[in-house]
Design a protein around this ligand. Structure first.
Ligand code: FPP
Ligand code: MG
Length: 323
């Protein structure tokens, strides 16, 4: 266990249950499908979403079996979304291993994602809680709608509000659902549920900002996928946004703002260096830390949440992580 991830120690047995429950879903299925899912589940995700479910739920005394169930549902829907996302993006690597779409046809890849999505819906149903199931379904809509919006969006938006809406849809909404649904399994206290929801939202926003920073500052071996991908795809994230605010007349910025992808790899590398050596990275980091601080504050504002410390450590890990 990574020392940084010591907050996971308290939930190690439950995390292992999550692993088993996810695998059980494909045990007796068609062998290609089964092996593909085993391959996906074995490729080293950090399981932060299940951890958030388990820690949030245990902090309000929720039934552990139900928490394991919703944690598995959420990790499976996350996995399904990545299978589809990698196909959409034409990505060849994720977490250092070849993506399904790099080896399989689009049809087989789509169907594997669909299958995982169906498994996760089944598990959400197994919580026997209508509000949890509704929230789960709403979140999947937000994820899919966010992807569609991004696909049909015109020339790159350099609006911060728009950036925050995008990262809510693709990441923070699911984190919010982790802490909220886990909370709902344990309590009906609205003050506690609001603070859990806010906490999930804030650390989800921070998580995606850090992801967007790492796309500039990390390297492919650590990240398990190529760096600079966002820029290459013409996707404007917080570091680029902040760079643009200070350097609106930069020629690379001008090209990006026409909505065209920058094709020349040398220019991309130059742009990455310019952003990485500017204040934009530190400022983005501060923004992520601001979200985390707000999340912790909202956790502390509710009366009746028992074990906050592991949740706080999870939040702190999210902004300190390097992969
Ligand atoms: C990764 O973004 C993408 C997501 C987090 C969401 C993808 C959602 C869908 C494809 C729709 C939902 C589908 C199902 C089956 C539930 P990214 O491409 O910016 O990040 P990356 O660099 O990790 O690929
Ligand atoms: Mg992608």
């Amino acid at each position: 266990l990574n020392a940084e991830l010591s907050f996971l120690r308290t939930i190690q047995p439950e995390l292992e249950q999550v692993e088993r429950l996810m695998r059980v879903q494909v045990e007796n299925r068609e062998s290609n499908l089964r092996d593909a899912v085993y391959h996906l589940l074995g490729s080293g995700g950090k399981r932060l979403r299940p951890a958030l479910c388990l820690l949030a739920g245990k902090a309000v005394g929720a039934d552990v079996d139900k928490l394991v169930t919703i944690a598995s549902a959420i990790e499976l829907v996350h996995t399904a979304s990545l299978v589809h996302d990698d196909l959409i993006d034409g990505a060849m690597l994720r977490r250092g291993v070849p993506t399904l779409n790099s080896r399989w046809s689009s049809s087989a890849t789509v169907l594997t994602g669909d299958f995982l999505f169906a498994c996760s819906a089944r598990l959400a149903g197994d919580t026997n809680s209508i509000p949890v199931i509704q929230r789960f379904a709403d979140t999947v809509s937000i994820l899919a709608e966010g992807e569609v919006k991004q696909m049909f969006a015109g020339p790159c938006s350099i609006d911060r509000e728009d950036y925050y809406r995008r990262i809510y849809a693709k990441t923070a909404s699911l984190f919010e659902t982790c802490s909220l649904t886990a909370g709902m399994i344990g309590t009906e206290d609205t003050a506690i549920l609001n603070s859990m929801k806010q906490f999930g939202y804030d650390i989800g926003m921070a998580f995606q900002i850090i992801d967007d920073i790492l796309d500039f500052t990390s390297d492919a071996t650590v990240l398990g996928k190529p760096v600079g991908n966002d820029l290459r795809q013409g996707l404007i994230t917080l570091p680029t946004l902040l760079y643009i605010e200070v350097n609106p007349n930069d020629s690379m910025v001008q090209t990006l703002l026409t909505g065209k992808c920058i094709q020349d790899e040398e220019i991309i590398q130059k742009f990455i260096r310019a952003i990485t050596s500017s204040k934009a990275i530190t400022q983005s980091h501060e923004e992520a830390e601001h979200f985390v601080a707000h999340g912790i504050q909202s956790l502390n504002s509710a009366i009746g949440i028992k074990e906050k410390q592991p949740l706080i450590e999870l939040a702190e890990y999210i902004v300190s992580r390097e992969t």
